[in-house]
Ligand binder design. Sequence first.
Ligand SMILES: [Zn+2]
Length: 1177
Amino acid sequence: MSDKDDAETMRGRLRSERVNSLFSEDELIEDYYDQPAANDSSCWNDYGLSTLQSSGTVSSRSSSMHSGSTEGLDAPTQLLPIIKAGWLDKNPPQGSYIYQKRWVKLDADYLRYFDSEKDTYSKRFIPVTSIARVASIGDQKFEVITNNRTFAFRAESDADRNEWMRTLQQMVDERKFKGLNRISLFQPPTGALDSVDKCGLLELRGFKNKLYVVVAGDKVFLYKNAEDYRQGIGITYIEMNVGNVKDVDRRGFDLTTPYRIFSFSADSDQEKDEWVEAMQQSIAEALSNSEVAEKIWSVEANRFCADCGSLNPDWASVNLCVVICKRCAGEHRGLGPSITKVRSLKMDRKVWTEELIELFCQVGNCVANQFWAANVPPSEAIHVASGSQERRRFLIAKYKEGKYRRYHPLFGNQEELNKALCATVTTSDLAETQSLVFCGAEVSCFSGDPDFPNPIALAEQAGQKLQMEFLLHNKNSEIPRVEAGSSEEKHYSVILPSVTHNGFLFKTPSMAKLVHERKSREEFSRRWCTLNDSIFSYYENDRNAVPNGEIKMEEIVCLVNNPPDTHGFESTFEVYIESERLYLFGLENPEAIRKWVKSIAKSFIHPRADELLSHDFERIGRLQYKGGLNLQRAKEGWFALTQSVLYAFLEDSDKEEAVHLKKLQELSVQGDSLVLVERRRTLYIQGERKLDFLGWVAAIQKAAGSSGDTLSEQQLTESDIPVIVDRCIDYITQCGLTSEGIYRKSGQNSKTTSLLEMLRKDARRVRLKEGEHQVDDVSNTLKRFFRDLGDGLFTKEFCQDWLKAAAIENEEEKIGQYRQLLSSLPVVNRATVKALINHLYRVQYFSEMNQMNTHNLAIVFGPTLFQTDGKDYKAGRVVEDLISRYVVIFSVDEQEMRKQQDEITAIIKMRIAGSSSGTQQAGDFICTVYLEEKKTEAEQHVKIPATMTAEELTFEILERRKIDTKEKEYWSCFEVNEREEAERPLHYSEKVLPILHGLGTDSYLVVKKQLSMENMLIYLASRVSDSKHGMMKFREERNLLGLGLSTGFHDRYFILNNSCLRLYKEVRSLKQRMPAVENSHRPEKEWPVKNLKVYLGIKKKLRPPSCWGFTVFYENEKHEKQQWYLCCDTQMELREWFASFLYVQNGGNVWPSESSKVRASRTQQDSSFFETYEPEA
Ligand SMILES: [Zn+2]
């Protein structure tokens, strides 16, 4: 349409009979007063025409808008299809009989009426949502009834009237049905506060009274006054995609459209600026990319936020396929991209491919909500006016926990779900795919068909582009889980019990580090202290009203009850708070301190963990921990330490658990974690804050160590045997059973002394190794331990009774007496006697080889165990009896005997075969390891003891799958990082547990052949020098935050030697001076090799120049991290570099050269297996 046509339109309207255009004073009061409408003062048309003709830009834009309109009755800017339009007579509501001819239009949102069918701007709009009902009132008349106003119309015939009523009622019902859970759905934006950008009174030229103007999204709405705005009934609205705002004078501005010019005037120039800006924003929003939005909104359900029901939502979650409003989008973002990927319909143009738009038209809010919102209780639903907390709670329940979803019948049956997904993706049933995926079917599961291995490939093959699109957006989506709660919120929303207590305490100034030194009385000051309403306050004295300071109970993270006389007061306690401060209090009165400690503990310990208060704790508080099968997320636990027991309330269990610290298999500090390995699990206590964590570490270490020289004060095994005894017996069993004169020969005195000292200090950490320790030193150490034992093995109390029993002549009576005495021993002593005698029984079994029969052993052990001088044989007699009548006295059953015998036979066989074994059992951590590739069928769940090496894990997997390894097959365990598209073969001696601990969600372990190992070993064997030089392409990862620069790959010269990797920029000068360069030239960068982790592969997104690349992670002692990429030109180069890295990082020991260390338990099962597994170096 040309400019001329525009002008024609205008002129047509000017000529029309009904000259009084709606924008006249009288028109605005039409609904209220019985008044004829004829009035020629339509100021507006005159301006409109002249301005329009001079405004080229407006016209040209309007012409493009016009081109889309099909018929005259449709306003050019109308986004919504018109459902019904026609002439009706309308009467002013207050009883007048004078009807006015109006052009009436109904679309999905509004009933509007106009002067003529050519008008763009209505005289009145009534939101469909505000219509309560439609009623017939006879004579072709009907009423449209809203909550506060009634509009009467007259049709030309009853048939026409009935048709209008039917259509209107249908629209109203539909909308009510859709908005069932949405309280205030009605538009324009009353209640939809989030979408209003600016509102207020403005003068519009030609009117006496100011109008109430609302800028919302891409429209400007005009209301007669604020009251009308609240009721939702307005004059007209202006679609801003055809708008243009112009400054006119100090307070005035024009909003120009191809059809009219609105000349507004604000109260001040500042106000005006704000209005101009808001309207310009609105234009920008309308023009931003309404194309995508329009296409997506063409489906009715997509025109309301899938979550709260707001109109015209212009955001979306591209993986969930829902269209959402701005406020919900904000909360969606908080759930993280693994749950919902938020994009704008208007701004993120690139993401909106044809397929995605089509997917939104086919799935969209309707299908998505049939699944996600199948069971929303009305009390939990949100609406347009909901606050952000309500929204967040609802969205977590809806998408993260999947609380309201419609469960798929196959839910919980992984295999069937996957099968069903593979079948469904080849059809067009997107709803079924959605249901399967969000009920647990795996998007990347193996289809069973190697040509189309996963659902995406199947969908592609079947030509199901929308299925593909959906699967691709959900490749890494998290499946909703109800238990996925967040601990932070739980903790702080808790209401702590209110405890009241007061009295005088002595207090030191608060401190920022642990108190190691003794604080004298003088360092404390007397303070009046109160505990009230979860606040501890201390005052100068009990008459002061203003406290010197306060501690909120919710800030307290740890409370320590010091041993008596730690400081200048008999009793003292310490309070640690979140902000890393420590408060020390004291009194001479232990009972009063006990009361204070109890009161404070009671008021800061989470109520669910209050059972901890029943212990006579030395230390109590909260700590972060990781444990169980999920090491990704740290959880909150409440802990109390009492002597050598650590009681815990862990987040994933609702009962108290006890960790016997003396029985730990391993206790170590790794980075910021304290690792406690029990037989059945590993617990990582994390240092969230430094101060209280250091306190806990020291206390736990102390409690886990030996505290005295009696048996029960030692570190113990699960079966209550001192770790010292267990370690020595185990070692002798593995290495010394056949050693001649075992236990009779004495070892080197100095070695025995130092070994015993080491074991006494921390037996758990001592690993006795063949070659490092001599059999006789170890046996001597064990004897020395028993000889020096405070209270002895048989206890001072019963010692003489044992010796007397040896003299009893009646065999039966004697055995009865031994058994009687045995049962009166403390638990640890009894277990230790049994373990030792059992061991000696084994030793004498091999007396032909070791020359130590029962009598010989008794001569040695009698005086040792009874701590006598050995002048008579009484003590020896007891030991001899115990060994020779071992089975009877200790009631050992046959099965147990046979089992032990088998074990020992296996050990001896293995020793003869030349292997050794000295592995320890430790806490079992169960982990999923794949064989050859990541797929369900290749999954193995393996218990990982703390001591397990990568090599042992590889064995375990191969053995389970009964895989015969052949010569030159280098089976290794790989750590695969899917996100980085890189993998790293673990060194055979690497411990698996710490690696599992550090593994991210997108990483896993796989056991497979290391194909290039042979070539690497050949290269290493043949090379001349230990260092490697050469060019590689280098790229730094600078944009870790997703910002920053993309740097690309650049040529750099590298030198790798025994200690570090160096990078040189000056390639040319270097080449000439090679190879002396290493010392003469300063590198641009240098990294110690021990801080590097080298992975094979580079993610394709970075467009590496070749496929022969590495991803290198660097982390130094300060935990500073870097990540970069190296790329080689050929596979051979890559192999050489990688081999060199392996070589320098492992001290030249790249692959085990001798037959490997094997766990004892495995030897009995399949000895041939080990013979085949002897790769050559
Ligand atoms: Zn919303």
